[in-house]
Design a binder for this molecule. Sequence first.
Ligand SMILES: [Fe+2]
Length: 223
Amino acid sequence: MSPEKVQELVKEIERKDLSTAAHTWRVVLYTRALLEEFGVERELIRLVTQAAALHDIGKIDIPDRILQKPGKLDYEEFELIKLHPVTGLARMITLGVSDEPILNLVRYHHERWDGLGYPFILRGEEIPMGARVFAVIDAFDAMTSVRPYRSELGERAAENALIELQAGIGTRYWPEGVEAFTNLYHTGKLDYILHYFNDEVPVPAFAAARDEEFDAIRRRSEK
Ligand SMILES: [Fe+2]
C-alpha cells in the first residue's frame, strides 16, 4: 500500500474516533524499534508498520453504540467487538491488500501466547511474529497513554506497564518480545517515542512514514 493510502485509512479510523493520531504514531514507532531490534529486514518492517497503523480498522464495522458505550460491555457486545480482527481482514482484502504480513497483523493482533486470545485462538509461535510483537506494544501503549481517568503519566506509568508486561510473559505475551521491549526501554531507545505520551502533542501525517522520514524523526528527537 502507498503511504498516502495508509494515511487516508488512518484518517478514517481517527474520524470514527477509534484511535488518536498520537496512538497510531506511537505504536508504529514502537513496532519499528522492536522489529529493528530483532534484525527484521526493511521491507518486512515497512509492511508490518503499515499494518500497525491500521490494526483496528475492523472496528469501523462495529456499531458505535458498542464502541462508545461508557460502562462494561455485556457478553453479546463483547462477542461483537471480538470480530474486529475478522472485519478488518475483510476490509484489507476488499481494498486489494494481499501482503501476508499486513493481513496477519490485522487478523491476529488479539491472539495470546497461551492461546486464550481471540478470535482465532492461535498460540505460541503459531501466531506470526508481527502480531506477537504488536500485542506487546498495543498493551504497553494502552497502559501508558493519556486517559481522562488516569492521572499517572510518564515514567511511572511506563515502569508500571513494564511490570504488567513481565507479569504477562508466557500467558498473554511472547516472552522474547517483552524482554526485548523492556531492554529497549531501559537503554533509552524508546525515549523519542515516549515523547508522544501526551495525545495532545501534534504528530506528522502518516504519509510521511517512509524510511527516511522515520530516521529523520528519530534524529530530530535525539538532539
Ligand atoms: Fe484491536
